[in-house]
Design a protein around this ligand. Structure first.
Ligand SMILES: O=C([O-])CC(=O)C(=O)O
Ligand SMILES: [Mg+2]
Length: 486
């Protein structure tokens, strides 16, 4: 495992070789440079730290953020992934050790989406950490203070966002990653109208899950509006996915989104989100407060609501118990079960548990990868419902069209493109996602769909519009080729 952690850290020794190896062995190496290993790398980041792989911007740089940005050796940046480390995967507050996430995500931007490595900038904003263990750790690489909040926090983020636009122009993509709920929604709403911003945990996850659910309809039957959804977890992923599903249902039924939301129920740590709790709910949960009796636990909610699709998005592991899966299996011939929380330790259940407890009837996908499982003499394959299918192609589509804003219709376009790339060969294995082996082609198709939507919406600035957007996307993709000098 140590060698894996070093590989996460090692893209800069021989960049071309690193990407060549990663692209040629993507299925095998993705879990090494990305989820779940990247989570472990972040937990140990202080002790394996050798050199900064991205830009740290701390409270100490207040008033000088533009200068700090100018220190980065590369000038033409197209994609920035930024975190403040407050909610790294399902592992909680890892402070500046969260840098592994922007670094890992951008490695995927290059390997899976073909964005040039020199055009990628990983950023970690350091406003302190509330992780006591890190505050007492002599190897901790960040500010040893409690997190700044309120005006102090938002002023630093605003200075950063302004400096980004000033230094790189309005076509640079800023991907927010692994912020805590209480800042993620606000930052997305605040900068969504002035910058090209995308929140991977809210929007990327939503797009990948919708794709998996739409593809699963081939196996479980019915149309999207025929289904009933229950979520455990009502944070960024949960409410983001729920809203994109509601938007898609409304597109299909022409009903207002408020109506479509009624097919989707969310449970948080206090039970089912219902209207009697409305006054004490955080704003992003309010649209999901249905008129329903209070329900205390997930198990009760499964029994009473009888969902056809169960989604885990709370970041807490082992919450899909035997009783929960059995209840799903007793209500549904083919229950769709998505255990999205990362890394593997936080998964709501394992693939083996999902298949065993449903007596081999569940369609299962998870945020972190699981090996195939043998049950009763049959091999079961599970898909990886991870935003890694979406963000590299999505970002590429924005970059090649010169998009200046992200729009929900682009997320729907990306989702539709991904779902369409699931073939009979995948369905035969019970999979609702294509293989990562084909990810460069998948990303080019997603990029083309997103770019097409950007042109349609008048948000693209690269003119004239290339006629064949798939070919154009492919022609823009970086490949780690060795030149032949003979
Ligand atoms: O990084 C991943 O594997 C998916 C993700 O965005 C998260 O869990 O926060
Ligand atoms: Mg994330």
């Amino acid at each position: 495992m140590v060698s894996s952690l070093l590989l996460v850290n090692d893209g800069e020794r021989n960049e071309r070789l690193f990407y060549k190896l990663l692209i040629d062995n993507v299925e095998e190496l993705l879990p090494v440079v990305y989820t779940p290993t990247v989570g472990e790398a972040c937990q140990k980041y202080g002790s394996i730290f050798r050199r900064p792989q991205g830009l740290y911007i701390s409270l100490k740089e207040k008033g000088k953020v533009l200068e700090v940005l100018k220190n980065w050796p590369e000038r033409s940046i197209q994609v920035i992934v930024v975190t403040d480390g407050e909610r790294i995967l399902g592992l909680g507050d890892l402070g500046t050790q969260g840098m592994g996430i922007p670094v890992g995500k951008l490695a995927l931007y290059t390997a899976l989406g073909g964005v040039r490595p020199s055009s990628c900038l990983p950023v970690t904003i350091d406003v302190g950490t509330n992780n006591e263990k890190l505050l007492n750790d002599e190897f901790y690489i960040g500010l040893k203070q409690k997190r700044a909040t309120g005006k102090e926090y938002y002023d630093l983020l605003h200075e950063f966002m302004s400096a980004v636009k000033q230094n790189y122009g309005e076509k640079v993509l800023v991907q927010f990653e692994d912020f805590a709920n209480h800042n993620a929604f606000e930052l997305l709403a605040k900068y969504g109208t002035t910058h090209l911003v995308f929140n991977d945990d809210i929007q990327g996850t939503a797009s990948v899950v919708l794709a998996g659910v739409v593809a699963a309809l081939k196996l479980i039957g019915g149309t999207l509006p025929d289904h009933k959804f229950l979520f455990l977890g009502a944070g960024e992923a949960g409410t983001g996915i729920a809203e994109l599903i509601a938007l898609e249902i409304s597109k299909q039924t022409k009903a207002p989104v408020e109506e479509s939301r009624k097919k989707i129920y969310l449970v948080d740590s206090k039970g089912l989100i219902v209207s009697s709790r409305k006054n004490s709910l955080q704003h992003f949960k309010k649209p999901w407060a249905h008129d329903h009796e209070p329900v205390g636990t997930l198990l009760e909610a499964v029994k009473i609501i009888k969902p056809t699709v169960l989604v885990g998005s709370s970041g807490v592991g082992k919450t899909f118990t035997k009783e929960v899966i059995e209840a799903m299996a007793s209500n549904n011939k083919i229950p769709l079960i998505l255990a999205l929380s990362n890394p593997t330790s936080q998964s709501e259940c394992t693939a083996e548990e999902a298949y065993t407890w449903s007596e081999g009837r569940a369609i299962f996908a998870s945020g972190s990868p699981f090996d195939p499982v043998e049950y009763n003499g049959k091999v079961y394959y599970s898909g990886q419902s991870n935003n890694a299918y979406i963000f590299p192609g999505f970002g590429l589509g924005l970059v090649i069209s010169g998009a200046i804003r992200v729009h929900d219709d682009m997320l729907l376009a990306a989702s539709e493109s991904l779902a369409k790339q699931v073939t009979d060969e995948h369905y035969a294995k019970g999979l609702t996602y294509p293989s990562f082996t084909d990810i460069r082609k998948i990303s080019a198709n997603i990029a083309a769909s997103v770019a097409a939507k950007a042109y349609e919406l008048g948000l693209a600035t690269r003119l004239p519009r290339p006629e064949n957007l798939v070919k154009y996307a492919e022609s823009c993709m970086y490949s780690p080729l060795y030149r032949n000098y003979r």
